[in-house]
Design a protein around this ligand. Structure first.
Ligand code: SF4
Length: 395
């Protein structure tokens, strides 16, 4: 059992603050002039025009695309591929972030550059990825869903997020014919939602503008995290667009760390997780139990929290996430860390970055993670008390 949840949550956030997981925007050629000689994003110039949009808008479009693509198996490789494709297409004057339709008008070039970048990244990353994941380098594939078809990947995963600002532009022109559309079309749409959490949900599910299956729930929240905290591109300064205004984008890396440290078992029993199909016995690699952390969404905690934390939790739901109009009836496991973070200066992004850092570098998805050098080892139940939390479960 984890001894002190509050200490664990803070430690994870502390690790994340020291090791943020952010796309390297500076390496993307069309953004090079957005950065000063000191290497930092020139924040005072974010609202400067860059063609049809402001810098803030163009970066937001890129981050939405990046969040969609980030759902694949090797984040380092995916981000490198996106940097290469974007830089190469802009060199050929295919300015697809400024003019999304250019990606489709030049679909031949777009596909050529995706294929070329995929191959160059594969040559560098396949062996490393295979070693870290105890897999075979020949299985390295960034096209998602394990598909080999570049057309489907390009049109679905690249095309859908690029089509959103294009559709917003078309709708704006229809509403106000002859008027130049706003240079912050996408941001205007996103920031119209009451909270970053509501925006993240709508990015996937809105009837007209939602990306649907092109984006996962985790990726939609990753996008919110970058927009609000990672790059602080949002112009909204209120609580509902602040450091606690969106859910943690739980993914398999996060789930593995939260399971092995004993955090998840603190809130519900193994039996309950099985009933909710978060744990699926026998379905993991080598007959282990498969942990499907995305099934935790909406699941209530069995262990009660004290009145003080309960009050903070209520405020999180009503004022930060804005998911409730009245006090929530249950305390959701996926949101409890918000109450602990509210008592600190850390953000949801820090907590998530800590999970990513530990999950991808130490807490690997096999039976011999790097516990001896893991920054959470002093408080990890799997390492200190119960090694079966490590050996008997896979994500
Ligand atoms: S100590 Fe080991 S099991 Fe625990 S979080 Fe770190 S790597 Fe994972």
């Amino acid at each position: 059992m984890v001894t002190d949840v509050s200490v664990l949550v803070r430690r994870i956030a502390e690790v994340g603050q020291a090791h943020p997981s952010l796309p390297n925007l500076r390496a993307v050629e069309p953004f090079a002039h957005y950065f000063g000689a000191d290497g930092y994003l020139q924040r005072t110039h974010l609202d400067a025009r860059d063609g049809a949009g402001t810098r803030r808008e163009i970066l937001t479009r890129f981050l939405l695309l990046n969040a969609v693509l980030d759902q694949g198996p090797d984040i380092i490789g995916l981000r490198q591929m996106l940097i290469e494709v974007t830089s190469h297409l802009y060199r050929r004057e295919v300015r697809f972030l400024h003019k999304p339709v250019a990606f489709f008008q030049e679909i031949g070039l777009s596909i050529d550059h995706i294929l070329a970048a995929h191959e160059s990244v594969r040559q560098v990353r396949a062996e490393i990825w295979a070693r870290e994941n105890q897999s075979n380098a020949s299985r390295y594939n960034l096209f998602m869903d394990n598909s080999r078809q570049v057309l489907g990947y390009a049109v679905f995963r690249w095309g859908v997020p690029l089509a959103l600002p294009y559709l917003l532009q078309k709708d704006a022109l229809k509403r106000n014919p002859g008027e130049e559309p706003s240079p912050t079309l996408l941001l205007d749409y996103l920031e119209d939602f009451d909270s970053a959490e509501q925006m993240a949900v709508a990015v996937k599910s809105h009837e007209r503008y939602g990306l649907g299956k092109a984006i996962g729930n985790k990726a939609a929240h990753l996008f919110a995290k970058w927009l609000v905290s990672g790059f602080a591109l949002t112009r909204r300064g209120d609580t509902a667009w602040g450091r606690l205004s969106y859910e943690v984008p739980y993914d398999s890396n996060a789930g593995r760390v939260l399971w092995r440290t004993g955090y998840l078992l603190h809130w519900a029993t193994e039996k309950t997780y099985q009933r909710k199909t978060v744990l699926q016995p026998g379905r993991g690699k080598g007959g282990t139990t498969y942990l499907r952390v995305t099934n935790i969404r909406g699941m209530g905690a069995e262990r009660p929290i004290n009145a003080h934390l309960q009050a903070i939790y209520r405020e999180i739901c009503l004022e930060h996430l804005k998911t409730h109009r009245k006090a929530p009836q249950k305390v959701e496991i996926q949101r409890i860390q918000h109450a602990y973070l509210a008592e600190s200066d850390f953000s949801v992004a820090d907590f998530d970055d800590g999970l990513i850092y530990v999950g991808t570098r130490f807490c690997l998805n096999h039976a011999q993670p790097r516990c001896e050098v893991c920054p959470l080892r002093n408080m990890c139940a799997g390492y200190n008390d119960n090694t079966s939390l490590i050996t008997e479960y896979r994500t």
